[in-house]
Design a protein around this ligand. Structure first.
Ligand SMILES: [Fe+2]
Ligand SMILES: [Fe+2]
Length: 194
């Protein structure tokens, strides 16, 4: 699989869980779902660990390095995207802390948890959108076949969240899909439909 396809796939999978997370937050806020803390924890693990551990390091170490070499005009955009990657650990800690607080105190602090979660979701969407609409088009036009061959080879060692050494994320994704209520997932309320 080529590096560009891997990046797209990881963006798509991450986007699906970000969307499911928003759907679950809506349901809790509107009183349609009871909070499922195992599901919330699994979604938070996915939307923080896939970017922090799997996805951003590949972008930083291979794609961005090559783009800096070959496409000087991309420097400001790369600076900004790298700064957002570097913020990952702090943002992850804030979101996890908000979940622990919500689980410990209960419904009285749901609004606080929701605000922290929506902030995280918005930042993640904006990062992925900027890469899809600005970074990847620049990479496509500015890198040569030999550059891509080198990037592809480096990505090959790292794979996608679906297989290989990162297979844990595929398992986590499946667990999440099985816990998210219908119509978004196939969890509890979907089972009644058979
Ligand atoms: Fe990124
Ligand atoms: Fe990305």
């Amino acid at each position: 699989m080529k590096a560009l396809d891997i990046i797209h796939d990881e963006h798509r999978a991450l986007g699906a869980v970000l969307q499911a997370f928003g759907f679950v937050l809506d349901g809790i806020r509107d009183g349609r779902f009871e909070p499922d803390f195992a599901l919330l924890a699994a979604m938070i693990e996915y939307i923080t660990q896939v970017p922090d551990k799997l996805h951003h390091p590949k972008e930083d170490d291979y794609l961005f390095v090559k783009m800096r070499e070959r496409i000087p005009a991309a420097a400001a955009l790369l600076d900004q995207l790298e700064a957002e990657h570097a913020e990952g650990a702090r943002r992850t800690a804030a979101l996890r802390g908000a979940l622990v607080h919500y689980q410990g105190i209960g419904p009285a602090v749901f609004a606080e948890f929701e605000a922290a979660a929506r902030t995280y979701l918005a930042a993640s969407w904006s990062h992925v959108n900027r890469e899809e609409t600005e970074l990847l088009p620049l990479a496509r036009t500015g890198l040569a076949a030999q550059d891509w061959a080198e990037i592809d080879a480096a990505f090959e060692a790292n794979k996608s969240p679906w297989s290989g050494p990162a297979g844990e994320f595929r398992a986590l994704f499946s667990r999440i899909v099985n816990m998210v209520p219908s119509p978004m997932g196939v969890g509890a309320s979907a089972s009644a439909k058979g």
